[in-house]
Ligand binder design. Structure first.
Ligand SMILES: CSC[C@@H](O)[C@@H](O)C(=O)COP(=O)(O)O
Length: 354
């Protein structure tokens, strides 16, 4: 299997990002040079997917201070904070973005006295560390998830929770890639994922690149695919997971969870620890991004609905925890009750230190 691509790299002193809005027609790299360009790339979904947003934001912080002529550390930290607040305004739902901004700022806060230049280097090193750790977490998710899927012949997934959404390998797709390296090839049914078609444009593209058999369906065909017994599990990613295990993910995920329950199929969520937000008790508190009506009323520039029609366009929904069979993380598989398994498996260290 060809190695899955990495959508974000730091190469020769520059940030290089795959422009995901141009896929599948062409593989184009952009090189944002300023924090404003990173913000725009995030807002316009050139880079997207929860873990990738965290990585991009961390590099965005470095770009914000790299050439900043600070008189001292205090001024540098003020600039860093300004950039972090600005990047935090790009998209509201994926907690990985806020997690990465906080992690870099905390690292800097602990390093006071190093001097301006060393702090700048520290910020870059932390961004690189976030990226490398994400790749390792995806690999681990792949190995744990493979245990759950080893008897399956095919799975259904939604949106893109693959290599393009992470440092590499993905979350929901990581077990598929891992099993392929072990000689077990699963077929992946992928919903096109209205309205922005991350499933059709991105998941179908990356699986095809990797030589994994993929069948594209529209979102409304998922029920029939389950009814026919063509998939043995549903596996999706997550943008934010609350303390009780409720999961925010791409709009349409909740419906799939209900369908999976009706058809007796396991519904798995795959996510690294950076996607958990234990400050929120339940999914009701997760901020849900609402996007432009034009994403629904138009196909490109062509109108497909009457002008001025009322539109509801949430980018994410929340799947209540009781629909989720298991959450696959880099530290192991979490089972209900999630309140307990999250703290016992995932945040054992943090709980012990309290
Ligand atoms: C590993 S990515 C998990 C989620 O971020 C993914 O499923 C998703 O919903 C992405 O939404 P997007 O709007 O494309 O950023």
């Amino acid at each position: 299997m060809p190695e899955p691509v990495s959508p974000i790299v730091w190469r020769d002193g520059e940030l290089e990002i795959i422009d995901q809005t141009r896929l599948p027609e062409e593989l184009v790299f952009i090189r944002p040079r300023t924090v404003e360009e990173v913000w725009k790339a995030i807002r316009e979904l050139k880079v997207r997917g929860a873990p990738a947003l965290g990585i991009a934001a961390a590099f965005g912080l470095y770009l914000a201070i790299k050439d900043f002529q600070a008189k001292g550390e205090e001024e540098l930290c003020a600039q860093l904070k300004k950039a972090a607040d600005y990047l935090a305004s790009s998209r509201p739902t994926a907690v990985n973005l806020f997690w990465a901004l906080k992690r870099v700022q905390e690292k800097v806060a602990r390093a006071q006295g190093l001097g301006v230049e060393k702090i700048k280097e520290l910020v870059l090193r932390e961004a690189l560390a976030i990226q490398q750790e994400d790749e390792s977490m995806c690999l681990a998710i792949g190995r744990y998830g493979a245990e759950l899927l080893k008897e399956a012949q095919a799975i259904l997934t939604h949106c893109n929770a693959g290599t393009l959404a992470t440092a590499r390998y993905g979350t929901a797709l990581a077990p598929v890639y891992y099993l392929a390296t072990q000689g077990k090839v699963l077929r992946v049914f992928v919903d096109e994922t209205r309205p922005l078609l991350q499933g059709a444009r991105l998941t179908a593209w990356e699986l095809k690149q990797a030589g994994i058999p993929v069948t594209l369906i529209t979102d409304s065909m998922a029920a029939v695919v389950m009814q026919k017994g063509w998939v043995q599990a549903v596996v999706v990613g997550a943008d934010r997971i609350a303390a009780n295990g409720d999961v925010a993910n791409k709009i349409g995920t909740y419906g799939l969870a209900i369908l999976a329950r009706e058809h007796g199929l396991p519904f798995y969520v795959a996510a690294p620890s950076s996607t958990f937000d234990l400050t929120l008790a339940t999914g009701e508190e997760i901020p849900i991004e609402e996007r432009e009506p034009a994403e629904i009323t138009h196909l490109g520039l062509r109108p497909i609905a009457p002008q001025g029609i009322a539109v509801f366009n949430p980018a994410f929904d929340v799947t209540p925890h009781h629909y989720i069979t298991a959450i696959i993380t880099e530290k192991g598989i979490l089972r209900p009750p999630y309140q307990e398994s999250i703290s016992q498996v995932l945040f054992k260290e943090a709980a012990r230190q309290k």
